[in-house]
Write a protein that binds this ligand. Sequence first.
Ligand SMILES: Nc1ncnc2c1ncn2[C@@H]1O[C@H](COP(=O)(O)OP(=O)(O)O)[C@@H](O)[C@H]1O
Ligand SMILES: [Mg+2]
Length: 317
Amino acid sequence: MGIQMFSDTKRLLKQLGENELYELAKLKNINIPKEWSKTLIVDLLALNVSKKDIQTITTISLKAKIKPKDAPSVIIIKDLVKEFEDVVAVNGLNLEIRQGELFSLLGPNGAGKTTTINILNGVIKPTKGTAFIEGYDVRKNLKEIKELIGVCPQEAAVFKFLNARENIELFGNLHSVSKKELEERTNNFLELLGLVEVSKRKVKGFSGGMLRKLNLIIALISDPKIAFLDEPTVGMDPRARRATWEFIESLKKQKKTIILTTHYIEEAEVLSDRVGIIDYGKLIELGSPQELMEKHESKNLEEVFLKITGRRILEGI
Ligand SMILES: Nc1ncnc2c1ncn2[C@@H]1O[C@H](COP(=O)(O)OP(=O)(O)O)[C@@H](O)[C@H]1O
Ligand SMILES: [Mg+2]
């Protein structure tokens, strides 16, 4: 058990950059001689830090790169209701999402996140109310909306007998991306997500995490202004998750508006400018992660959710 934990910590430490290793040493008051190699530093830290310390450091360094923005609303959701036969999946949702912000819908399984995204993308029609994307009504102007958005759906939609690169090219061609741009973007995205080596492999052998990454690339291949990412890191190991977070951050730097749904608290905390907490189809809290934690005197968004609902997010419904 002890040895297992030690090698686990070591594995995590190896994934960190030099700056993060030094930050970690500072946190634990460990002096590292300047001439030490990374391997030695990792060995030393592994003896002295916990997974929690590593998490603290990586969260802070990602957060520091994120700056909240104040910008006009590009998505306006008005009194949105979606009823299925025996369940009200979205129950009177009102929400505005600003240009260039990364907005997370956070909530347990069954809260209504995917249903909301599917309405915004025109996959399903609202029962009542509506939403506008750059002024276009999701009930009427889907053609215009499709030009603006990229969607990474919860279920991977790829061709299993093509390889990764062929899948990307196929979707790029469907969106009439020019040959040059398609090649540039494909190479760039494969590199950023660490898929270069597997890009010639048929997708049918891909792991869940690899499929999700491919799906993400396909969603963004048309370089949309607005991206919807539905649970982008489900089924990923910590390393893949981190690569995906950095990829999503790179999208933010390009001033894209990103709507992300997640039931991972840490993901919402690390990436979001603002979070909408959703439960039983209703928005129960809205604000930046920091604001929400301060308001509810909580140390993380899980505690915020717990204080409002008396339940944990991962417990689901
Ligand atoms: N096509 C459907 N038919 C019937 N019920 C559905 C359908 N899609 C979603 N639901 C129900 O609506 C609720 C919200 O689901 P969903 O939006 O998928 O939640 P989330 O994405 O937050 O996990 C759940 O109770 C789910 O079972
Ligand atoms: Mg969902």
